[in-house]
Design a protein around this ligand. Structure first.
Ligand SMILES: *[C@@H]1O[C@H](CO)[C@@H](O)[C@H](O)[C@H]1NC(C)=O
Ligand SMILES: *[C@@H]1O[C@H](CO)[C@@H](O)[C@H](O)[C@H]1NC(C)=O
Ligand SMILES: *[C@@H]1O[C@H](CO)[C@@H](O)[C@H](O)[C@H]1NC(C)=O
Length: 393
């Protein structure tokens, strides 16, 4: 069991750009020990501090059990994690989370540390991608209801389920995040976001078994820039419409990203027999490099994995004001561009500009299909746009 020292030490952090007189709480524990209780204690004290405070997890490798670090706190908190924290290597069936940072205004997490989810045993029992009825596995890091937050220089490896989940954030920046898990690890989305407003994901590298970034319902104003994704299932908005009570998605921008060896590239997916009727609008992808990506550009309003829905019903999710511009590179299959919109609600205002996607397989060349959409074409398209007939509802 770790102890923690230095509760009353007052440090001046001017050189680090941190406000003066921040209170410092350092976890003092030998490498290999379990710091769950020590971290909870340090955080609780820091949260009570009337001035800005900082919790430091030093270099080393520590065990960390399920933990919730929640405010509200009296002043901003910075957590500097220099070492590696490791989760329990058992399956943790039925648990929904490992580490939670929640309900804090003025939150920083940084330090170059690593969250190791030890997911190997759990991946073998995960069936949530195949059925509605499955036992949950813990998400590695949950960021719940953070305001004015910054997560920087942090790695996540081998999550049992999603690596990071952002819910209810307002004004949050994630910069230089590194996410790694094997290509065949199920449901290990890199960063999933929903019901948040004003999140940036910058300069990050995500290699995992599911979506690199997935955008859930209620997401507003997401800016993704300079993210390298792969292997993984690409960057996706959705799936939307699986559950009732969903909220609109709007203001999604993905620019200057690279996708390499991913299954799907840039994707918007909605379930056909949607349980709700929402709108996803103002979604823009620009300056994207593709390296051997399957299904590089895909709007799929008949998303129905494992036949968990009625494909005969048209999706009731409305898609509008969407653009794909300056997207270039190589496809791993012939389906370079597929815009499959809902029969019930054809996509509105879709712009396609300067697409240059090559496919060199024997069943080529690359194709560009559209249904229930008449995209506005700008610049040049290769392959030629909408080689299949445009059908109307
Ligand atoms: C957003 O959060 C950052 C801290 O991460 C802060 O510096 C900035 O002032 C906030 N912006 C607004 C508009 O509140
Ligand atoms: C992508 O980066 C290039 C080079 O820095 C820049 O010129 C371009 O404007 C960026 N694209 C977007 C959409 O911002
Ligand atoms: C699409 O953009 C136009 C022009 O900016 C705007 O008037 C319209 O409300 C937008 N549609 C949706 C569904 O957001």
């Amino acid at each position: 069991m770790g102890a923690y020292f230095g509760v009353s030490t007052i440090f001046v952090f001017c050189l680090l750009g941190f406000s003066a007189n921040a209170e410092l709480f350092t976890i003092g524990a030998p490498s290999g020990s379990d710091i769950t209780q020590a971290l909870l204690k340090a955080f609780t004290s820091a949260c009570q501090s009337p001035t800005a405070s900082r919790v430091v997890i030093p270099k080393g490798e520590f065990k960390l059990g399920e933990i919730e670090l929640r405010g509200p706190c009296k002043a901003p908190i910075e957590i500097t994690m220099k070492g590696t924290v490791k989760a329990d290597g058992n399956t943790n069936h039925g648990k929904e989370k490992w580490v939670v940072f929640g309900n804090i205004n003025g939150f920083k997490l940084n330090g170059g540390g690593v969250f190791d989810g030890e997911g190997n045993a759990a991946w073998r029992v995960n069936n949530c991608h195949k059925t509605f009825e499955c036992k949950k596995l813990p998400i590695s890091i949950r960021f719940d209801f953070l305001v004015n937050a910054e997560v920087r220089d942090i790695s996540s490896i081998d999550a049992k389920n999603f690596h990071m989940n952002v819910l209810g954030a307002k004004n949050m920046t994630m910069d230089n995040i590194k996410i790694t898990a094997p290509e065949d690890s199920p449901n290990t989305d890199g960063i999933h976001l929903g019901r948040s407003d004003g999140v940036k994901i910058l300069n990050s590298v995500i290699s995992t078994g599911d979506d690199c970034i997935s955008v859930g319902d209620g997401m507003k104003n997401l800016h993704v820039e300079k993210v390298v994704c792969g292997p993984g299932h690409g960057i996706s908005v959705g799936s939307l419409g699986r559950y009732g009570h969903e909220q609109d998605v709007t203001g999604i921008k993905v620019i200057n990203c690279t996708l390499q060896e991913t299954d799907n590239g840039l994707r918007i997916k909605t379930w056909p027999s949607a349980a709700c009727s929402t709108t996803a609008s103002d979604i823009h992808f620009e300056d994207i490099i593709l390296k051997n990506v399957n299904n590089p550009i895909l709007i799929d309003q008949e998303y129905c994995p494992w036949n968990q829905c009625n494909k005969k019903k048209a999706s009731t999710i409305k898609l509008a004001n969407i653009s794909f511009k300056k997207i270039r590179g190589t496809s791993g299959n012939k389906d370079a561009v597929k815009l499959l919109c809902s029969r019930g609600y054809p996509c509105q205002s879709v712009e396609i500009g300067d697409i240059n996607i090559k496919y060199s397989g024997a069943d080529g060349p690359a194709t560009f299909q559209c249904s229930n959409v008449s995209p506005k074409l700008l610049g040049t398209q290769s392959p030629k746009a909408c080689s299949a007939p445009v059908t109307k509802a």
